[in-house]
Design a binder for this molecule. Structure first.
Ligand code: PEP
Ligand code: MN
Length: 338
C-alpha cells in the first residue's frame, strides 16, 4: 500500500502514519519528492485497508498496490485448476453440463429427471432440497428428505449431485448424504460465516455471484472459502440485477474472460436464472460456451408446466438433449470437448 501525503503534511503527521504501518508489522519506505511525500508499506499489505489511513491528518490518499485476494488469484497460481468431482473433471478441456430441476419434488420426478439428464449427456445433476424463495408461503423445498430422494435418483446413473446449502447447521447433514458439490446461492454469496464453514471441508463449492456483486467482491467471497483450506471452488455467473424488465437478470458474459484472467479456478454459467425463460436458455448457454465457460448449470424438468419452482425457465428433456448437441459443436469449434 502507498500512502500519499498532502503537500502541507507536517513531520509529526508523517511519523504517525509510519507508526501505524509498523503497528501492523510492516516495514516502511519513505520517498520524498519535490511536491509530495509518499510512504510505502512493505510486507503483506492485505492486513491494511485504505480507510485506516484516509482519515489521518496530512494524508491525501491511501492506495492498495496488490490485489486483496491471493489464493484464488491466477497471479499466484498460473495454471488452471481442474476440480475432480468423483471422476468428472471440471475446469479442464471438457465443458461440463450440470442439469436438473430447480427443486426436488418427488421421488418419481427425480428418477425421471436423472434418467433424462444422463441420456442428454450431462455428467452432473442439480436439484434444490433447501430453496431460497422470495415468499415464506411458497414451497421451501423438502429439506433432508429431498436430499435422500436426490441421492437415490442420481445413484442409479452415477451422477454426482449439486445442491444448495443455505444454513450452516445443515453442513453435517450434507456431508452425511455425501453431497458431491455444495452450491452457495446468490443470496448467500456474502454470508461470510457460511463461507468460512464450507472453507473447512474439502467438498467442491459452486459459488454463485451475488445478484449485484462486483467481480472483486465475488473474488473476495471465494477467498474466504479458500482461506479456510478449501480450494475446490467453482465460480457461477447467473445474471446480475438491472433496470431491464424483459428478462429476469442480465447474463454478464464479460465476467467469463475477466474471471479466467483473474483466477485459476473454473467458471461456469447458469443461463436459466439469467434469462428466467426456457426459450432464452439455449442462446445464453451457447454464448457462455463460446466465451470460454468451463461448464453450465441448467434447469431441466421432466414436465416443466408442472414444476413447483421456476417452471418458466426449465427446459424439457428434448430441449436439453437438442441443446447439448449444439453446445458440443460450439465446444469443438473452440478446441474443447463436451
Ligand atoms: C438455484 O440455482 O436454484 C438458485 C436459487 O439460484 P440463484 O441462487 O442463482 O438464484
Ligand atoms: Mn431455480
Amino acid at each position: 500500500m502507498i500512502i500519499v501525503m498532502e503537500r502541507s503534511a507536517t513531520e509529526p503527521q508523517m511519523e504517525s502514519v509510519v507508526r501505524k504501518i509498523r503497528e501492523f508489522g510492516l516495514d516502511v519506505n519513505i520517498s520524498r519528492g519535490t511536491e509530495r511525500t509518499v510512504i510505502g508499506a512493505i510486507g503483506d499489505e492485505r492486513k491494511l485497508e485504505p480507510e485506516l489511513f484516509g482519515a489521518m491528518p496530512g494524508v491525501e490518499q491511501a492506495i492498495h498496490i496488490v490485489k486483496p485476494y491471493k489464493i484464488v488469484a491466477r497471479e499466484w497460481h498460473p495454471q488452471d485448476t481442474v476440480i475432480d468431482i468423483h471422476g468428472v473433471a471440471l475446469g479442464g478441456n471438457t465443458v461440463q453440463v450440470i442439469g436438473g430441476p430447480c427443486s426436488v419434488e418427488t421421488q418419481s420426478q427425480m428418477d425421471e429427471a436423472a434418467q433424462q439428464v444422463s441420456e442428454a449427456g450431462c455428467r452432473l445433476m442439480r436439484g434444490g432440497a433447501f430453496k431460497p424463495r422470495s415468499s415464506p408461503y411458497t414451497f421451501q423445498g423438502h429439506g433432508v428428505e429431498g436430499l435422500a430422494m436426490f441421492r437415490q435418483a442420481a445413484e442409479k446413473h452415477r451422477l454426482p449431485i449439486v445442491t444448495e446449502l443455505m444454513d450452516v447447521r445443515m453442513l453435517d447433514t450434507f456431508l452425511e448424504y455425501d453431497v458431491d458439490v455444495i452450491q452457495i446461492g446468490t443470496r448467500n454469496m456474502q454470508n461470510f460465516d457460511l463461507l468460512k464453514e464450507v472453507g473447512k471441508v474439502s467438498k467442491p463449492v459452486i459459488l454463485k455471484r451475488g445478484m449485484s456483486a462486483t467481480i472483486s467482491e465475488w473474488l473476495m467471497a471465494a477467498e474466504y472459502i479458500a482461506a479456510g483450506g478449501n480450494h475446490n471452488i467453482i465460480f457461477c455467473e447467473r445474471g446480475v440485477r438491472s433496470y431491464e424488465t424483459a428478462y429476469r437478470n442480465i447474463l454478464d458474459v464479460t465476467a467469463v474472460p475477466v474471471l479466467k484472467k483473474e483466477t485459476h479456478l473454473p467458471v461456469i454459467i447458469d443461463p436459466s436464472h439469467a434469462g428466467g425463460k426456457a426459450w432464452m436458455a439455449p442462446a445464453l448457454a451457447r454464448a457462455a460456451v463460446a466465451a470460454g465457460a468451463d461448464g453450465l448449470l441448467i434447469e431441466m424438468h421432466p414436465h416443466p408446466c408442472d414444476a413447483w419452482c421456476d417452471a418458466d425457465q426449465a427446459l424439457n428433456p428434448q430441449e436439453l438433449k437438442a441443446l447439448m448437441e449444439s453446445l458440443r459443436r460450439i465446444a469443438h469449434a473452440i478446441g474443447r470437448e463436451m
